[in-house]
Ligand binder design. Structure first.
Ligand code: GAL
Length: 343
């Protein structure tokens, strides 16, 4: 009798259990569908990562189905993770506006959002590439938004041409001394600009350099390791992949030395190798916390005909004598960073 009561009780409790989450991931599978905690493919393209109080936040472009997804209809999506494999949907951090007069109105272009935390103001600051609705890629502006919490909601502040220059693909970088920089493709994408931000990170401070003159670099991403600055970018061919370029410098202000293409190997999914960056385009270099020399280069594999189906290629950065390599791997985990150098 007791056993029967127990069986009935456990059966009814099981009935109350929440719907099963997708199986926990313990490896990266570049190019595969990457499901969030709700079992949906992560929707955060052209993204960047912020690590804050033990949590990684992934911000990226929310894309919808079809080629309609190549402009912004939803906004900037945010996901949270503690282990980098499993991501929880944290919602839309910056929604598009329904006001046709807004710069970020539904149908504008909001690309490559990056978020940094300002220790002085205690605010989260987002910069993104903004194109005004109906003007193609001619506006070439940067947008800025700010939030009290990492996952938002972000409040849109303004857009402008930084340093009175055209700005398309962009990223942000915070140095050890708390100074922040925007790196953006300028001068019709011909030349990259590196621009110091004000102490509140809300505007350019007025100190800017032109680098990789007329090399037509897009999709800039940067990291710092052992006092050296490492850089990766793509060439300029829209959604189509091309060959990545790398560079290194002893200071953010240069001199920047180009190192050539860091990619090695082939993506068997599309048979694309270094001359097509495995089918991807760089977006961010993420520093893994708690491990030495552990950096992940994040690429987007764009699917402009069905933008929501764009994939993510995350691959480990391997530092070599002067530069770094990014080798294709079908599946890998953070254990690669525990192996002794040179193995
Ligand atoms: C790429 C750029 C993307 C997007 C695309 C549009 O070169 O990196 O962010 O702007 O062009 O064609």
């Amino acid at each position: 009798m007791k056993l029967l009561a127990f069986t009935i009780l456990t059966a009814s409790l099981a009935h109350l259990a929440p719907a099963a989450e997708p199986a926990k991931l313990s490896a990266f599978e570049p190019g595969a569908l990457w499901l969030d905690n709700n079992g949906k493919h992560i929707n955060a393209h052209g993204g960047g990562i912020l690590f804050h109080n033990g949590v990684y936040y992934w911000y990226g472009e929310h894309k919808i189905e079809g080629d309609a997804g190549n402009v912004a209809h939803v906004g900037v999506h945010c996901y949270e993770s503690r282990d980098l494999y499993n991501w929880k949907d944290a919602g839309i951090a910056l929604p598009v506006s329904q006001d046709p007069a807004s710069d970020i109105t539904d149908g504008s272009i909001i690309e490559r959002p990056k978020v940094i935390y300002n220790k002085l103001t205690k605010k989260f600051v987002m910069w993104f590439h903004l194109e005004l609705k109906g003007q193609g890629y001619n506006a070439a502006r940067s947008g800025v938004a700010v939030a009290e919490q990492a996952a938002g909601p972000f409040k849109y502040l303004k857009s402008f041409r930084p340093d009175d220059s055209m700005a398309r693909d962009q990223t942000l970088f915070v140095d050890d001394d708390g100074k922040a920089y925007q790196l953006y493709a300028s001068e019709g994408n011909a030349t990259l600009h590196i621009s110091l931000l004000t102490d509140d990170y809300l505007a350019p401070a007025g100190k800017v350099i032109r680098v990789f003159e007329k090399r037509e670099m897009e999709a800039p991403a940067i990291c710092k390791r052992d006092g050296r600055y490492y850089f990766i970018a793509s060439g300029c061919s829209g959604w189509d992949p091309n060959d990545a370029r790398a560079a290194v410098a002893p200071s953010i202000w240069g001199p920047w030395k180009e190192l050539g293409n860091p990619c090695v190997g082939t993506n068997p999914g599309n048979r694309m190798g270094p001359n097509r960056t495995f089918g991807g385009q760089s977006t961010y270099i993420l520093q893994v916390q708690g491990k030495k020399d552990a950096y992940i280069c994040m690429f987007d594999l764009w699917r402009p005909k069905n933008a929501i189906d764009g994939r993510y290629l995350w691959l480990p950065v391997k530092f070599t004598g002067e530069g770094f390599k990014i080798e294709w791997s079908n599946q890998w985990d953070l254990g690669v960073f525990d192996q002794p150098a040179g193995s």
